[in-house]
Design a protein around this ligand. Structure first.
Ligand code: FES
Length: 121
């Protein structure tokens, strides 16, 4: 059955200029189209589109549940002190780690691939 949500998403995504690829915690790669600044950050786009169980602190950069790793592409972005401190406390942290709530939805992330990192990787 084709759900109303999927139908609305299909209509919405046909016209959007940018896209980001997300590898979910069950290793499925999904393409998420977006408009510049459509959501305050990448975490909110992921949650609204795929309902992943992330974003516990609602984007304040404190909980680490929105941990992602940049798998493909490069992102020249400033990482705040708060983001660095939170990342230092999450499991599986490495130099590709970011908090998706601290990544702005704009052309800099167009065509990049991020993997959601959870406690079970
Ligand atoms: S939502 Fe909590 S650190 Fe990103």
């Amino acid at each position: 059955m084709y759900s109303h949500k999927k139908y609305i998403n299909k209509l919405r995504t046909n016209k959007l200029p940018y896209k980001v690829h997300i590898i979910t915690n069950n290793n499925k790669c999904v393409e998420i189209p977006f408009n510049r600044y459509e959501y305050p950050n990448l975490m909110e786009l992921i949650v609204d589109t795929y309902y992943e169980d992330i974003g516990e602190c609602l984007g304040r950069g404190l909980c680490g549940t929105c941990h992602v790793k940049l798998i493909e592409g490069s992102l020249n972005d400033i990482i705040t002190v708060t983001e660095k401190e939170t990342l230092n406390q999450v499991n599986y942290f490495d130099e590709t780690s970011r908090l998706s709530c601290q990544i702005i939805l704009d052309e800099k992330i167009n065509n990049l691939t991020f993997k959601i990192i959870t406690d079970n990787k």
